[in-house]
Design a protein around this ligand. Structure first.
Ligand SMILES: *Cc1c(COP(=O)(O)O)cnc(C)c1O
Length: 397
């Protein structure tokens, strides 16, 4: 049997680890120690579970999508409704875990990066909840595209700082957050948003998100009397996908991660790290698959969904890819937009554009499967944030 846990240095096989300037080694050690002190602590988990239930609204339902299932005419499709969480996505699961950790470590100031703004909003929310100072770094291009989320974060009391370097998107925001952390390590906790970055973040974020799969496992056994045949989730950095997959890794369950195919297969036109052009490299503290050119320059990426638009992928996914435990597929912008419409019209659920990539793959796969097979799709977030993007696209097409 394969061991799916990382070693003590945060490596899954060749992937992960810690590739950071010397000044970040001590704070990362402090963080690792702080995290392992609470990882199995009953008091910590009791407080976290109380927040999951009463602040977020967990457990999120496992919903049988009857009309979508009938329309596609194959596998029974269940949606894990992370879109119903407070703040509208799975991101809050991780933020609640990390804010309790930060408070326990005595940190008074929280910093975060955000791309689409979903992680920034979730971070600003938990900082308001605990009365902690919050600084969110965001590329100015993303601030323009996601203006409502910028306003939301400011309403919640966060200081949103625009980052005007590079492509002015997520990668640049992470660089700036790391720079802040180096300067202010004593007082500051860096609340990272996906299963990425230097050890212990990929492990810690995975742990905090794996409540998705633990719940789904119980719920499907209750509804179907057995485990599902297939799990499907979209993959940006990889946190909602690994959150769903983790509780099933040792079972006979097929798993598919869906990346952003963007508008074409050429480097720069997509964010599908496993599709073709990616190779192994180091980006923002961790070793994984990275979209880069022959000289090792990080490639630009494109996706209609800001949350999937990133040149690298969490190290655990790189490992799961190489050992063939998880399959990776991609859905392009057009397929995701079509899926966005299909789910809205057949189920009355408007999905996030990120989650629409997973739905797009389900639309392809479900009809090829028998009617007694069972599929769980992670609906990582709701589509309210994407209404303006979609409106513009449909108006111009
Ligand atoms: C941020 C986000 C994603 C992508 O991040 P992962 O870490 O890959 O889960 C997917 N869906 C939604 C709704 C998001 O907000």
């Amino acid at each position: 049997m394969i061991n799916y846990e990382p070693n003590e240095h945060g490596y899954w096989g060749d992937y992960g680890g810690r590739f950071v300037p010397e000044t970040l080694v001590a704070p990362l050690d402090e963080l690792t120690e702080g995290y392992f002190a609470v990882r199995d602590d009953a008091g910590f988990h009791a407080e976290l579970n109380d927040l999951h239930q009463n602040f977020t609204g967990r457990p999120s339902p496992l919903y049988f999508a009857k009309r979508l299932t009938e329309t596609l005419g194959g596998a029974k499709i269940y949606l894990k409704r992370e879109d119903l969480n407070h703040t509208g996505a799975h991101k809050i699961n991780n933020c609640l875990g990390q804010i309790l950790l930060a408070r326990g470590m005595g940190k008074k100031r929280i910093i975060a990066e955000t791309g689409a703004g979903q992680h920034g909003v979730a971070t600003a929310t938990v900082c308001a909840l605990f009365g902690l100072e919050c600084v969110v770094y965001m590329g100015t291009e993303d601030m323009r595209r996601q203006e409502p989320n910028v306003f939301r974060m400011r309403l919640l009391g966060a200081d949103v700082r625009g980052v005007d370097s590079g492509s002015r998107t997520l990668k640049d925001a992470i660089n700036e957050a790391l720079r802040d952390w180096v300067t202010n390590v004593d007082t500051t906790y860096y609340l990272l948003g996906s299963a990425l970055g230097p050890h212990p973040y990929p492990l810690m974020v995975r742990d905090f998100q794996s409540i998705i799969g633990r719940e789904a496992r119980e719920q499907i056994v209750e509804k179907e009397g057995r485990l599902p045949d297939v799990l499907v989730a979209c993959v940006g950095g990889g946190s909602n996908a690994i959150g769903l997959f983790h509780a099933f890794l040792n079972d006979d369950v097929r798993m598919i991660g869906v990346e952003a195919g963007g508008r074409g297969k050429t480097l720069g036109e997509h964010a599908a790290r496993f599709m073709s052009s990616a190779s192994v490299g180091v980006l923002q503290g961790t070793k994984s698959y990275v979209l880069q050119n022959d000289d090792g320059q990080i490639a630009l990426t494109h996706s209609v969904s800001a949350g999937l638009d990133y040149a690298s992928i969490g190290p655990e996914h790189a490992f799961l890819h190489d050992v063939s435990r998880v399959e990776y597929a991609s859905a392009n912008d057009d397929d995701a937009l079509a899926a966005f419409k299909t789910l809205s019209e057949t189920e009355g659920i408007i999905p996030a554009l990120e989650s629409s990539h997973a739905i797009a793959h389900v639309i392809k796969l479900a009809p090829e499967m028998s009617r007694d097979s069972v599929m769980i799709v992670n609906l990582s977030g709701r589509g309210d944030k994407d209404i303006n993007t979609v409106r513009e696209i449909f108006a111009n097409s």
